[in-house]
Design a protein around this ligand. Structure first.
Ligand code: AMP
Length: 272
């Protein structure tokens, strides 16, 4: 991979990079399309990163559809697939773990409910970026906090790679596309719509002053559809600090994480 890309760099070609965990859907393809628009070569990685799963069962049950993924990548015009083995990314003998100082970002929301998750994300992204040396990196707003973490990582590494955060692709009924959606049964799939409904509710009802009743009512919408909630939060879009009283100006994002049976779903929406 490095030899191939070094040659491309020497020939003056630009490289866009789309890291994924496979089980590809249209959301992933939209990132590839964004990269293809500006870069000569688009590298897509498929690597289910054990380091970012705090829940072993979630890792074991993560969907793997590599044959279909490859067909989709060919059709999408992704030039290069990087499909490394775990030992290529984490060679045995690498014992001293690097700690990435993510500060406040790691203490809230996904960081709070999935301890170690973002250290795992940084660990793999650091390795992947080291190998791919991309000019441009494409990630989804669906994982809002992850984009912030990776932006921080790029700053820590003093990396010249540019991060592009791309819009969330949704199913026709509004459910955010996700590899985990394939694990939803028919009833859970219907219930899952409550996340999009709750985000739209918050956006539609947002007023100056206290936001408490909005998050309370949104949470009630979710529990009514059998969700077990990790969080329903309205936060500052730039820092992710919770906003309980809105001044009418602050940029806000609403974020939700909740379980439909054992399947954990996340989504978010920019409010203003
Ligand atoms: P994953 O394979 O779930 O790790 O996702 C790989 C990349 O695709 C990440 O940057 C995600 O944010 C992005 N992604 C996941 N779902 C969507 C979606 N519905 N729309 C746009 N991008 C997405």
């Amino acid at each position: 991979m490095q030899a191939y890309l070094q040659d491309a760099h020497h020939r003056g070609l630009t490289v866009g990079f789309v890291p994924t965990m496979g089980a590809l859907h249209q959301g992933h393809l939209s990132l590839i399309a964004a990269s293809n628009q500006v870069n000569d070569i688009t590298v897509v990685s498929i690597f289910v990163n054990p380091a970012q799963f705090n829940d072993k069962k979630d890792f074991e049950q993560y969907p793997v559809t590599i044959e279909k993924d490859i067909e989709w990548l060919v059709a999408a015009g992704a030039g290069v697939l990087f499909l490394p083995a775990v030992t290529e990314i984490y060679p045995p003998g690498l014992t001293r773990e690097r700690f990435f100082d993510l500060g406040y970002l790691e203490t809230v929301l996904e960081g709070k409910y999935r301890p170690g998750h973002f250290q795992g994300v940084c660990k793999v992204m650091n390795r992947l970026l080291d190998i791919v040396q991309a000019d441009d990196l494409y990630m989804g707003q669906k994982d809002y906090q992850q984009c912030m973490v990776v932006k921080r990582l790029l700053a820590i590494m003093q990396s010249p790679t540019r991060l592009h955060t791309c819009p969330t692709l949704r199913e026709k009924d509004g459910l955010a596309m996700s590899s985990r959606n394939t694990r939803l049964g028919a009833e859970q799939r219907k219930n899952a719509l409550a996340i999009y409904a709750a985000l739209n509710y918050i956006k539609g009802q947002l007023r100056l002053g206290s936001t408490q009743s909005l998050t309370d009512n949104a949470a009630a919408m979710l529990t009514e559809k059998d969700f077990n909630i990790d969080y329903v939060t309205i936060a500052d879009a730039g820092t992710l600090e919770p906003v309980t009283v809105w001044d009418g100006k602050q940029q806000l994002v609403a974020l939700i994480a909740a379980f439909q049976k054992e399947v954990r779903l996340i989504d978010n929406m920019i409010m203003n």
